[in-house]
Design a protein around this ligand. Sequence first.
Ligand code: NAP
Ligand code: ZN
Ligand code: ZN
Length: 352
Amino acid sequence: METTTVKAFGAASKEADLDQMDIKRRSVTSTDVEIEILYCGVCHSDLHTARNDWGGTIYPTIPGHEIIGKVTQVGEEVSKYKVGDLVGVGCMVDSCRTCESCKMDLEQYCKNGFTGTYNGKEKYLDEQTFGGYSQKIVVEEHFVLKVPTNLDTAAVAPLLCAGITTWSPLRHWNVKEGSKVAVVGLGGLGHMAIKLAKGLGASVALFSRSEGKIEDAKRLGADEVIISTDSDQMKKSRGKFDLIIDTVPYAHDLNPYVSTLNINGTLVLVGYLGDLDPILNSVPMILGRKSVAGSVIGGIAETQEMLDFCGEHNIVSDIEMIKMQEINTAYERMLKSDVKYRFVIDMASLKD
Ligand code: NAP
Ligand code: ZN
Ligand code: ZN
């Protein structure tokens, strides 16, 4: 298959800073869309992958799965998009499309494994997939999203991961007018969870370690902020919430949060992958029919639903725009929870 060479930014090894490199993109097949990338959000998963926190990173790795761009070419069978359209790509670029999950529009739970936008298996080339920290990407039409044109284009980028990852559990657990939702951690995912839950009519609380984020949380729509390191505040919140979305990226004690669930309530983990530490006490779950669950991103139809909802309700991410060359500093700031509330890379900087 023919390829074109494009500029990208990625990591050559676990220890290496991200740096400029050239990568190949496949030429468009009949069902492909070629996209010139305008903006790409910076997700904590990008950092986990660049530094091999989860194991399994194939180097070189080009992160980035909150992609907004303009269509530059389409294959002959593509019907939904034309050259010039504003489109998005999230965390998946393919899946088997035939298994039970895929048929139910749950490509993120594809029984054969979805193809990640980065660190997946490129379908036509003998190499890994490369993400959005690059000038161009070629993606199967089904995995391309329509982007509302009434919103700030750069601020839409984080909806493609942070938005859908929090939207999917809000919808699955049927959050609506009158629901009581809490969010743990005010970062990229957390701030979108607050905006989307408010948009659905819920009352929303934030659990945060950071006193300095109280005002921001309220401005973003939180009705209440509970400082999670203050045991009195935690005790006062017992038995309150129908749904908690926990976005914390590292192992932490879930027991105090489970106590704040109402009966039949669910705590959904979207941040941390791995063994829980300390271990979870089943007593409050059994005595209150409570659940601890997990969720990964969202299906393509659900992502389109979320983008359309954001278009109608004027919801975008609060972003700090950076140049591609500032990515290593951005990662260090993200590790210190010093992001308000999502970095977005202006990809024009890669042309310099
Ligand atoms: P982020 O912007 O860095 O936000 C994480 C927030 O968690 C921080 O702002 C901080 O909030 C809190 N936090 C950080 N370290 C903590 C610690 N050690 N203990 C307690 N709280 C801590 O990250 P993000 O981009 O939102 O991503 C969050 C996690 O979700 C990452 O692990 C990412 O890989 C994962 N993720 C999962 C999915 C999925 O599909 N399930 C999708 C995207 C991302 P406060 O300062 O308010 O406490
Ligand atoms: Zn992500
Ligand atoms: Zn499948």
